[in-house]
Design a protein around this ligand. Structure first.
Ligand code: KIV
Ligand code: ZN
Length: 384
């Protein structure tokens, strides 16, 4: 599909929730699903309905609740999985069944003890069966990242003929390099009959820290859906982080690719998922980490105080962070101290700053971070 709109398929509640310790109950899933709908995601993968009665219930309740996004349920290429998923999606305004099977040699030989031809037959059967319940059927070729491109193209062509509307090309093990993953999408675009009538989707894992780069490589080579999670949570090292791909597309307008995401809700959504899942976001996490807009070295602070854009490529307000922060440490300079003092009511002259700065450094050498109360204390000591 040649459009500049990139569909955001959120799998926080499925691939994200598979992570040990991230398990949510139905009530929590509903809270997050509603937030995702308001955030503007196009598809919510609500769960794997056959996996447990609790997950079935969650997908069913989410289907009742969600007003805008497509609600999707995962299945294997098994009739019973598809029956159960279809049943759980019965109340959805826009239901999607996400079915598929492993296509790499490793999956065909070791997981299924099967042959490439038989796998294609199973893929066709699963898509055709899912189509008897819903119009929108997404097919995943598990471990597509390590699947031979020629065979993958045959699988894709067969499932398009069977009625798939979206083709998911997962780099399940996070093995691909961006060039390789991008080239895979390009190969499919150029060699699969009917490919322009369906949406190609990127589903990348972060085992080598490349999940975001690979998704972007997929998109710049013709894919138009990214499967991702809030804070990049997911199996093992996680999935592509929603907030990262969305901000990459926003900050690089020349790519001419848009999403429907209300970026100002990103920070609050990240915090909400963090709290409910108990999965702490590292402070240096791109876009939503606590340090993403914090400046602590003297050189950077001086630059940011003069002009924020000297060291910031995003406006914090665009992701819902109130403002950049100037953190006072023993690496901070005079400009940062004067700036923070001014914020709490002290307008320091050059002389006053020269006097107080050595005291500040002594203090900062013993404390990790100087807070507003410490500044008041410093002012009292120096009578500024
Ligand atoms: O990583 C993967 O291959 C998956 C599929 C089930 C879509 O999560
Ligand atoms: Zn996955």
């Amino acid at each position: 599909m040649s459009t500049n709109q990139v569909q955001i398929f959120d799998t926080t509640l499925r691939d994200g929730e598979q992570v040990p310790g991230c398990k949510l109950n139905t009530k929590e899933k509903l809270i997050i699903a509603e937030q995702l709908d308001n955030l503007g995601v196009d598809v919510i993968e609500a769960g794997f309905p056959v996996s447990s009665p609790g997950d079935f219930k969650s997908v069913e309740e989410i289907s009742k609740l969600i007003k805008n996004a497509t609600v999707c349920g995962l299945t294997r290429a098994h009739k019973n999985d598809i029956d159960v998923a279809a049943q759980s999606l019965i109340y959805a305004k826009r239901p999607r069944i996400h079915t598929g099977i492993g296509t790499s040699d490793s999956h065909i030989i070791h997981k299924f003890n099967s042959t490439p031809e038989k796998i294609i037959e199973r893929a066709i059967g699963a898509v055709k069966y899912a189509k008897t319940f819903v119009e929108d059927v997404e097919f995943y070729a598990e471990d597509a990242g390590r699947t031979d491109n020629e065979y993958l193209a045959r699988v894709c062509e067969a499932v398009i003929k069977a009625g798939a509307t979206v083709l998911n090309i997962p780099d399940t093990t996070g093995y691909c390099l961006p060039e390789e993953y991008g080239a895979k999408m390009k190969y499919l675009k150029e060699n699969v009959k009917g490919i322009d009538d369906v949406i190609l989707s990127c589903h990348c894992h972060n085992d080598l820290g490349l999940a975001t780069a690979n998704a972007i490589a997929g998109i710049t080579n013709g894919a138009r859906q990214i499967e991702c999670t809030i804070n990049g949570i997911g199996e093992r090292a996680g999935n592509t982080a929603l907030e990262e791909v969305v901000m990459i597309l926003k900050q690089h307008p020349y790519l001419n690719l848009d999403t429907n995401i209300n970026t100002q809700m990103l920070f609050a959504t990240s915090k909400m998922v963090q709290e409910h899942m108990g999965m702490v976001v590292q402070p240096n996490k791109a876009v939503v980490g606590d340090n993403a807009f914090a400046h602590s070295s003297g050189i950077h602070q001086d630059g940011v105080i003069k002009n924020r854009e000297t060291y910031e490529i995003m406006d914090p307000a665009d992701v819902g962070v109130t403002e950049s922060s100037i953190v006072l440490t023993a690496r901070s300079g005079r400009a940062a101290l004067a700036y923070r003092a001014k914020n709490i009511g002290y307008e320091l002259t050059k002389n006053q700053l020269d006097n107080i700065y050595p005291e500040f450094l002594k203090f900062a050498d013993v404390k990790k971070e100087i807070l507003d109360d410490d500044i008041h204390q410093l002012m009292e000591i120096s009578n500024a």
